[in-house]
Design a protein around this ligand. Structure first.
Ligand code: AMP
Ligand code: GLY
Length: 434
């Protein structure tokens, strides 16, 4: 079948790499893609949110399946757009309806959903400018640290952990009164701070059934030792030594199953990935957030470790046969290290030439160079085109080995201002060289 993948990041290169290996895939198109996805299929120059253009392309190119990478088109209703149109309703869309995408698109929606379905999460309250004064009182009585979250999508920047009441009050005013994140922060969720270790768990579901397809730990801060600003993610490792069978069982019974049952009970159409952003407090899992898509850079370790044909899984979502599928994982550990532009996550320049020593890189059979923010110019140079530029994934007999291998590969890649964290997986015997 012909498949169209929407997106242009490292996540989409990893998805494209996996989809292109499927026995079902005849032609893969990526809109808009990056210089890496060119190795897996054909990039097409269509905007992610231009649903009319996507529809026209899909009909002209006999597309039978559309896999949606990022959250924005999902929150904007790409599923509903295709499902509610006679000409396109038979195209299989991998991604939830706009209603389902609210699990990520609105923090207030997801908190209420968790409350209704008895899913463990931090205690919270929500406020708008109409009850701003009440919100201030709530903060004054709240223990610190306290977490403030803009309700809507804020490009991963809408969460502030305030260590003092004064900070919390200032942030609250910035968000609600000064509209720091525009419309997204006109409603603010204030929640209890949970102290523990974070992990990302991924499932594919059709709202009836689900399969867990992987778990990973993401390193979100820019600096070595988890210091400095939050980023989209600087690296990931999988599997997680602390994710024992017993703890996974708890996650399934206390979080994943009630979530899927909640979707069913509430008639929420959901055919796609669900990303459980969890925190392990003591021996108990809590939901920090849901995302309605795969994680980035988590996908760059989850896809390499997943042995199943991914399109088989997508078809099982569509045909309601997930129960017949046995998920198989590569036993090896996988780590990815993200190389970013100088200045990221604040301002950075684009358009730097990336030099790859391909003859050296080809020797690394257990590594994959995924592209994130890259593009190819007319001269076939690969240029930086974003904050996160590349994600180097490697297999190893353990996490430390995998990380070491990705660092070896990185010695054969350079661009002006390239930076990466050399301590990804530091809790798991990886030593920083700094
Ligand atoms: P979110 O966008 O909800 O994933 O939040 C971004 C990051 O903020 C998370 O990955 C956590 O590191 C942190 N965070 C969010 N909520 C909490 C919480 N209730 N307690 C502790 N940390 C939190
Ligand atoms: N790496 C976290 C995310 O994709 O949201």
């Amino acid at each position: 079948m012909n498949i169209l993948l929407l997106g242009s990041g490292g996540r989409e290169h990893a998805l494209a790499w996996k989809i292109a290996q499927s026995k079902h895939c005849e032609q893969l198109f990526i809109a808009p893609g990056n210089a890496g996805t060119l190795q897996c299929g054909k990039n097409i120059n269509i905007g992610l949110n231009d649903f009319e253009a996507i529809k026209k392309f899909a009909l002209e190119n006999n597309i039978e399946m559309i896999v949606v990478g990022p959250e924005e088109p999902l929150v904007k209703g790409v599923y509903d757009f295709f499902a509610n149109n006679d000409a396109t309703k038979n195209i299989i869309i991998i991604g939830p309806s706009a209603n389902g995408a609210q699990l990520e698109g609105s923090k207030a929606f997801s908190k209420k959903f968790m409350q209704r379905n008895n899913i463990p999460t931090a205690a919270y309250a929500e406020f708008t400018k109409d009850n701003f004064e009440e919100g201030k009182k709530y903060i004054q009585q709240h223990a610190t640290p306290v977490v403030l979250k803009a309700d809507g999508l804020a490009a991963g920047k809408g969460v502030v952990i305030a260590t003092t009441t004064e900070d919390a009050l200032n942030t609250f005013e910035e968000m609600i009164i000064n509209q720091q994140f525009g419309e997204a922060s006109s409603r603010v969720v204030i929640e209890e701070f949970l102290d523990g270790i974070e992990l990302s768990v991924f499932a594919l579901t059709n709202g009836n059934d689900y399969k867990v397809i992987g778990a990973a730990k993401d390193y979100k801060r820019i600096g070595v030792g988890d210091t400095g600003l939050n980023t989209g993610g600087m690296g990931c490792v999988s599997p997680l030594p602390f994710l024992t069978n017993a703890f996974m069982q708890k996650i399934e019974t206390k979080i994943i199953q009630p979530t899927i049952q909640g979707l069913q009970k509430e008639n929420i159409i959901y055919n796609g990935f669900i990303f459980f952003g969890l925190i392990k407090v003591g021996d108990e899992p809590f939901v920090i957030e849901y995302n309605c898509r795969m994680g980035d850079p988590e996908t760059e370790v989850v896809m390499p470790r997943l042995k199943n044909d991914i399109v088989d899984l997508f078809l099982a979502v569509h045909n309601n046969t997930l129960k017949d599928i046995v998920i198989e994982f590569d036993e090896r550990a996988c780590a990815t290290i993200v190389a970013v532009s100088e200045g990221y996550p604040a301002d950075y320049e684009k358009g730097k030439v990336i030099e790859f020593d391909n003859s050296a890189i080809r020797q690394f059979d257990n590594s994959i160079v995924f592209h994130a923010g890259t593009k190819m110019n007319d001269k076939k140079d690969v240029l930086t085109n974003g904050g996160r530029v590349l994600a180097i994934s490697s297999f190893g007999s353990n996490i430390a080995d995998a990380v070491r291998l990705s660092k070896e590969v990185l010695k054969h890649i350079c661009f002006e201002g390239m930076y990466f964290r050399d301590d990804i997986g530091y809790e798991f015997e990886v030593k920083s060289q700094n």
